[in-house]
Every structure is written in C-alpha cells, then in structure tokens.
Design a protein around this ligand. Structure first.
Ligand code: SAM
Length: 167
C-alpha cells in the first residue's frame, strides 16, 4: 500500500519536537514522470525512465566536473511526507518496523537518497536514470557515487587508523 498520510494498524506517531532550522536550502528541483505516490517506484532503477535534475542559480557553477562521474548520489527532500511515525507498517498488515530500520519516506527528516546513472549534462540540467520521487521534489545535494570517488585532498591521520586492537 502506498501511504498518503494515514496512520495504519499498530503504527505509532509521536509529537515531534519543534523543528530546528538547519539552514537547509533547496538547490534545485527534480522532474520525474510521477505525480502520484501510487505510481512512484519504491526505489529507483538504473534502467528507469529518464528524469531531469534542474539546478538553480547560484549553484550551477558547482556542477563543474560532474560529467566525469557515471553515477551520482542524489539527496532530496521528500516534501509531501508526514514526519512523526516511529513505528511503521509498510505492508499495512499490522506488522510494524522502526522507522530507522526501513527506507520509508516517512521520517523525522524526510531525506531521500538515490544512486543515479548520469546520461548527460546540459547547462544547469542533469539527465539521469534511477530516481524514485514525485515530480517537483526539492533537491538538496548531489555528490559523486562514493565508490567512484577518490578524495582529492591529501589524506589525514584518521584515514590510516583501523579498529584493530579495539576491545
Ligand atoms: N530512494 C530513496 C531512499 O531510499 O532514501 C527514497 C525511497 S522512498 C521508499 C520512495 C517513495 O517515496 C516513493 O515510492 C513515493 O511513495 C514516496 N515519495 C516520492 N517522492 C515524494 C515526495 N516528494 N514527498 C513524499 N513522498 C514521496
């Protein structure tokens, strides 16, 4: 079942504390074919439909070099989600799971992440496959897929520390 905003059998909602402003800015907008949650994929797939990520000014300059990466990690704000459930029943069958043990869009800070395939960049627009969000979902960050990225800055002490010898 796709959630609109209902609370299901055995789910638990809490009174969330007042939000603290983390200073988040929407840096763009994601355009997808999906306008209803009922149709939206649960998770994006690499052979899914071509979607576009529009980056707003003044952030367009920040795209420099991005075309070198075949895969990107995209972070977005699941803006139409409720944020107060601690136990959720994805199957609507009364069996509940803790919010942090699942990837539901319903979370205290509704951040979604997807690994997408980058097909091309045209100015401020990225053409990608692998999204799973509603059309118009706000974009909060883009990073190279971590498995493709080697830090450019020199290594630091902690990079050489291992857990060997820990109790
Ligand atoms: N891939 C991301 C992740 O794992 O963090 C998101 C996964 S979440 C299960 C994807 C679902 O979130 C979609 O199937 C849709 O029901 C819902 N969704 C997508 N865009 C949304 C939005 N802007 N606001 C609220 N819910 C959204």
């Amino acid at each position: 079942m796709v959630r609109e905003n209902e609370v299901r059998l055995n789910e638990v909602a809490v009174e969330p504390p007042a939000p603290v402003d983390a200073g988040l800015v929407y840096i763009g907008c994601i355009h997808t074919p999906w306008t209803f949650r009922m149709e939206t994929p649960r998770q994006g797939r690499p052979d899914g439909p071509l979607c576009t990520i529009e980056v707003f000014e003044p952030w367009v300059a920040a795209l420099r070099g991005i075309e070198a990466f075949e895969r990107l990690e995209v972070l977005y704000w699941l803006d139409r989600s409720r944020r107060d459930l601690v136990l959720q029943s994805p199957a609507s069958n009364g069996e509940v799971h803790g919010t942090f043990s699942i990837r539901s869009p319903v979370r205290p800070n509704p951040i979604g992440t997807s690994i997408v395939l980058l097909e091309k960049v045209e100015g401020a627009t990225l053409f990608v496959r692998g999204m799973d969000c509603l059309d118009g979902t706000p974009l909060i960050d883009i990073k190279p897929d971590r498995t493709l990225f080697k830090p450019i800055a020199p290594p630091q002490k902690g990079d050489f520390e291992t857990g060997q010898g820990d109790a």
